[in-house]
Design a protein around this ligand. Structure first.
Ligand code: ADP
Length: 233
């Protein structure tokens, strides 16, 4: 079933830079898609248009039937509730425990603590961190902190998980562990995952769909992760 539909989409920033040009792309429910490309090729811009941090200049971005670019500022929360987002820098709240960091997202939605607890425990279990729920972020390794961020992103069972260079600050071994966590979430929960990355070794290992951006243009789209543009990335 088609879930994300991007049609003839352009993004031109105020300074005249065309970050995305005539992009047409469809992603089905439950897919795992890597977005790769050299620095400045438009990966972050594409990701930002998905969670409506940026609006397309022309064309449309639709997620689950919502025309994202047309959302008013005060209704963006309706979209964001359906998404989970994981960034390169962990953005955890340092004074809150692991449990509280994950629970915080649900408290903001007005959920009661009785409802919150089982969801948080389940999310931490998915990322293998149930034992660390009382730890503070500075007591965790980089990989563990990123796993907390993933737990926080999936705690409300989003249909779509967007990841912008989630392994960018991690060593290769830890990066692979994070990838395995994401792969399990994709397979077990059926969450659609879109992940921008520079890490071609990991992309090759995972054998997922790979979309290559080149100066804002979609240059390659491969089903099972063998792509030609690897030299230029
Ligand atoms: P990537 O994530 O692949 O490195 P980006 O989407 O960040 O690429 O950037 C694509 C192009 O758009 C680059 O030329 C970058 O300089 C430009 N760009 C990104 N964000 C902005 C912005 N807020 N204003 C102006 N230009 C931008």
């Amino acid at each position: 079933m088609r879930f994300i539909e991007i049609k003839n989409c352009y993004k031109v920033y105020k300074n005249g830079v065309a970050a995305i040009a005539d992009l047409t792309l469809n992603i089905n429910k439950g897919e795992f898609v890597f977005v790769i490309g050299a620095s400045g090729s438009g990966k972050s811009t594409l990701i930002k248009m998905l969670y409506r941090e940026e609006k397309p200049t022309k064309g449309t971005v639709e997620i689950g039937g919502i025309n994202v670019g047309k959302l008013r500022n005060r209704t963006v929360y309706k979209l964001r509730r359906k998404l989970g987002i994981v960034f390169q820098d962990f953005k955890l709240l340092p004074k809150l425990t692991v449990y509280e960091n994950v629970a915080f997202a649900l408290e903001c939605l007005g959920m009661k603590s009785k409802e919150i607890r089982p969801k948080v425990i389940k999310a931490l279990d998915h990322v293998g961190l149930k034992e660390k729920l009382r730890s503070f972020p500075n007591e965790l390794s980089g990989g563990e902190q990123q796993r907390v961020c993933i737990a926080r992103a999936i705690v409300n069972k989003p249909k779509l998980l967007i990841c912008d260079e989630p392994t960018g600050n991690l060593d290769p071994k830890t990066s692979m562990e994070i990838m395995d966590v994401l792969d399990t979430i994709n397979k077990e929960l059926g969450t659609t995952i879109i992940m921008a990355t520079h890490d071609k070794e990991m992309v090759n290992r995972m054998k997922k769909r790979v979309i290559v951006l080149d100066s804002g243009v979609l240059s390659e789209d491969h089903e099972k992760g063998s792509y030609k543009a690897s030299e230029s990335i």
